[in-house]
Design a protein around this ligand. Structure first.
Ligand code: S3P
Length: 443
């Protein structure tokens, strides 16, 4: 009865995860989400054909793909992960003739704001209930300063972009570290007159910069500032998308807790602006090795081998926060399983992700009896016992997957509600997690 009620009141499906004691094997997690979005967008405005391999066939990336198709970009899909984008060229996008729905994807919506700010046509961007609550003025403000006509609904979507504006370069200092805001400004800068400069308060993922370089665009970097001269054209290239370290993160923590004979994750992207999770787990005493390092299109990747070890609580260094920004849900599970106390501060950005990740994680940890203190900009977690129980992910993909990993230390079964959005970033999570040893099922 209780199960039926839960399933009915949460149409987004649920996981039931039984406690398990060991994980292992060799896995390849799906392609990097950030790089997949960018490959489609840059391919869409380049001259020529961009071949993409390792593409992430998730709902978020399909939203970007559908929006580009609605603007006249021909995209051939050879398989779920192999695509050819027939670039429309710098001035080739066509008026979409429909509202562009970005689903759950903040990256898609914010990067398109930059890309569409200088187009000759009007456009409107919307998303699902979560995205319709997320802040967009952080992008609209600098784009307006460049001359764009952008309106938000009191800061949130729908975002309306007026066409036919001439953009002028700006020098902009980001008030918060955000790769999405930086990328939107750089994309608008491509179509602006003059050299647009963006300065970051702390390093954030630099996939846009690396990929623009791959498409033949010249960038000027000086310390925390990156500059882009307007009017440059993109030339199509090949993009090999590595596996997403943000998806690998669930198995890195699972392995640190229970890979007694080791767990190997193949060809994971290890761009240094994304490897905060490796540094944080390293400080907690995790045993993670990197092998077979290689590089493609300016993006490094490697095999990661993790072995179980007893983790210890730490104070998470502030400079690692932006470099592990999407990995905190599962890092909180690592903290709950560690000896001692883990403290995170300076992470208020977690409150404006797909959910308020500080609040939703705190609620779930509380359900499992994990002692914690929630703060405005972080959390303090006491490692120790994890009980079984029911957790509501509130439709947040990374929170759903993080609690599945908690089953490796939980004393009873876990029921995780509202998990359908796992498909936004990690198609095939359940079968892959089962193959690694988690006792997870979805209904
Ligand atoms: C992303 C940047 C980050 C991250 C998001 C993907 C990107 O967001 O959380 O999942 O691809 O640029 P912010 O720029 O809001 O920090």
């Amino acid at each position: 009865m209780a199960r039926e009620r839960a399933a009915l009141s949460h149409p987004g499906a649920r996981y039931v995860v039984q406690p398990a004691a060991r994980v292992g094997g060799e896995l390849t997690v799906p392609g990097d989400k950030s790089i997949s979005h960018r490959a489609l967008m840059l391919g869409g405005i380049a001259a020529g054909q961009t071949g993409i391999t390792g593409f992430l066939p998730s709902e978020d990336c399909h939203a970007t793909l559908a929006a580009l198709r609605a603007m006249g970009v021909a995209i051939e899909q050879h398989s779920a992960t192999q695509l050819t984008v027939h670039g429309a060229g710098a001035r080739g996008l066509a008026a979409p003739g429909q509202v562009l729905d970005m689903g759950n994807s903040g990256t898609a919506l914010r990067l398109f704001m930059g890309l569409l700010a200088a187009q000759p046509f009007d456009s409107t961007l919307i998303g699902d209930a979560s995205l319709m609550r997320r802040p967009m003025e952080r992008v609209a403000l600098p784009l307006r300063a460049m001359g764009a006509a952008i309106e938000t609904a009191q800061g949130t979507p729908p975002v309306q972009i007026g066409g036919g504006r001439k953009l002028t370069a700006i020098d902009y200092v980001l008030p918060v570290p955000s790769a999405q805001v930086k990328s939107a400004i750089l994309l608008a800068g491509l179509a602006a007159e003059g050299v647009t400069c963006v300065t970051e308060p702390a390093p954030t993922r630099d996939h846009t910069e690396r990929m623009l370089t791959g498409f033949g665009v010249q960038l000027q970097r000086q310390g925390a500032t990156v500059g882009i001269a307007g009017g440059q054209r993109l030339t199509a290239t090949r993009v090999e998308v590595p596996a997403d370290i943000s998806s690998a993160a669930f198995f890195l923590v699972a392995g640190a807790l229970a890979a007694h004979e080791g767990l190997t994750l193949r060809n994971v992207g290890v761009n240094p602006t994304r490897t905060g999770i490796l540094d944080i787990l390293g400080l907690m005493g995790a045993d993670i090795r990197m092998e077979n390092r290689r590089e493609s299109g300016g993006e490094p990747s490697a095999d990661l081998i993790v072995r179980a070890s007893q983790l210890r609580g730490i104070r998470i260094p502030g400079e690692l926060v932006p470099l592990a920004i999407d990995e905190f849900p599962v890092l909180f599970i690592a903290a709950a399983a560690a000896d001692g106390v883990t403290e995170l501060t300076g992470a208020e950005e977690l409150r404006v992700k797909e959910t308020d990740r500080l609040a939703v994680m705190a609620e779930g940890l509380g359900r499992l009896g994990v002692r914690h203190e929630l703060h405005a900009d972080g959390i303090r977690i006491e490692g120790g016992r994890i009980s079984g129980g029911t957790i509501d992910s509130h439709g947040d993909h990374r929170i759903a997957m993080a609690f599945a990993v908690a089953s490796l230390r939980a004393s009873g079964p876990l029921e995780i509600l509202d998990v359908a959005n796992v498909a936004t970033s990690f198609p095939g999570f359940v079968p892959l997690a089962r193959s690694a040893g988690l006792a997870i099922s979805q209904d």
